[in-house]
Design a protein around this ligand. Structure first.
Ligand code: NAD
Ligand code: MG
Length: 392
């Protein structure tokens, strides 16, 4: 029986993964090793019971008593904290979903690779902050990383049977997010509630706000560079309001392969779960005749400054990805907490990168997880300092 673990089981990606696991036989088809979550211990316990997990782990120490109580008498082990997440990743599994949000997802996924696992990677921050390290670790241990982000799963599928050297460019699409059609002058006053509603995808709050600011696409451009190894100028972004074409690959003979489907993450998750097989998945079929029109446009650099920042990060490389992501996470926290406005986020990230590039080390090659985590902490400190000074 295949051993599986789900990190971030209670989130949007985690729930979709849980749904597929249950539909594909649940505990009679999979031996569930670890499930992890955050403060929603009631839901984590429900999932752990349903899949008969070996261990359930909450990220928060203060949530452990609730989790223990919810699982008492089941024989399911419980644990809490960042260290317990790493220990859970040390329990060998054949397939692991990396579905934690943010840089917190990096260390558990990285640890799991040493057991030669197949890591289904939704946590794009892992590749953005430590791409070369992660890919080298996977190669060293014969582990496999399968992309779960819809655009990257789409590129992966569009490349089947072709050599990477035959690729001229890749295009990832973006819906344009909640504010695509807003007048620019309204953006500064956008509220958290307005930024938290996505036109096409139902996702966690943080990635939904990152879609409105295009920071999500900026992370995905870097993720594309790190996973597939394309040069920065081979990677394009197109606004595609319908979110039905997820990515396009243009080959050197001028031909293009694209991947289409309804905006439902269970496609990309199910593809990674069953790879290299394709199985029936419970996703709605795309009815092109009823949709009628697919439209595309170039992203406006004034509306979406995050995309230019991604270019700079790809050129600097080294620890720039870790700095970029950490500054973005700090700015996003501040926006959610009402400390800065929506359009201030990009300025905070840009200034953090400028200040850090004045020191040494930003462009140095990534050689250890500790260095990445140090840069992550430093960038958060710098970003918080900038926001405190600005009093925005
Ligand atoms: P979410 O907020 O819905 O869920 C996040 C999960 O991680 C929850 O289980 C939460 O408890 C856990 N978590 C949060 N902070 C944690 C911490 N510090 N330590 C340990 N666990 C923590 O997020 P999501 O939308 O499911 O996104 C998860 C990841 O997948 C992100 O990296 C996101 O960019 C990526 N992704 C999501 C989607 C989507 O449709 N939701 C699509 C593509 C990629
Ligand atoms: Mg995506």
């Amino acid at each position: 029986m295949r051993r599986i673990s789900v990190f971030g089981a209670t989130g949007s990606i985690g729930e979709s993964t849980f749904d597929l696991l249950m539909r594909q036989g649940g505990p009679s088809a999979y031996r569930t090793v670890a499930l992890t979550g955050g403060r929603n211990t009631r839901r984590l316990a429900e999932q752990a019971r349903a899949l008969r997990a070996e261990i359930a782990v909450t990220a928060h120490d203060d949530c452990l008593p609730d989790l223990r109580a919810a699982l008492s008498g089941t024989g399911i082990e419980t644990a809490a904290g960042a260290g317990a997440l790493i220990e859970a990743a040390d329990r060998p599994a054949d397939w692991i979903m990396s579905g934690i949000v943010g840089a917190a997802g990096l260390a558990p996924g990285f640890r799991a690779l040493r057991h030669g696992t197949t890591l289904a990677l939704a946590n794009k921050e892992s590749l953005v902050t430590a791409g070369p390290l992660l890919m080298a670790e996977a190669a060293r241990h014969g582990a496999r990383i399968l992309p779960v982000d819809s655009e990257h799963s789409a590129i992966f599928q569009s490349l089947l049977g072709d050599d990477l050297s035959a690729v001229e460019t890749v295009t990832i699409t973006a819906s344009g997010g909640a504010f695509r059609d807003w007048p620019l002058e309204r953006l500064a006053g956008a509220t958290v509630a307005e930024a938290s509603s996505h036109p096409n995808w139902a996702m966690g709050q943080r990635i939904t706000i990152d879609s409105a600011s295009m920071f999500n696409k900026a992370l995905e451009v870097i993720e594309t560079r790190e996973y597939f190894g394309f040069a920065p100028d081979q990677i394009r972004v197109l606004i595609h309001p319908q979110s039905l074409v997820h990515a396009l690959v243009t080959f050197r003979d001028g031909g293009m392969m694209g991947h289409l489907g309804m905006p439902d993450m269970r496609h990309a998750i199910g593809y990674a779960l069953n790879w290299p097989e394709r199985v029936h998945l419970p996703v709605a079929r795309l009815d092109l005749a009823s949709i009628g029109t697919l439209t595309f446009q170039e992203p406006d650099p004034v509306r979406y400054p995050a995309l230019e920042l991604a270019r700079q990060v790809m050129v600097t490389r080294g620890h720039a990805g870790a700095a970029f992501n950490a500054a973005k996470e700090s700015a996003l926290d501040a926006f959610i907490e009402g400390r800065i406005g929506f359009t201030a986020m990009a300025g905070v990230v840009a200034e953090t990168l400028t200040r850090l590039s004045a020191g040494t080390g930003l462009g140095n090659p990534v050689t250890s997880l500790d260095n990445v985590l140090d840069m992550d902490a430093e960038a958060r400190r710098v970003a918080e300092g900038i926001m405190a000074q600005r009093k925005v």
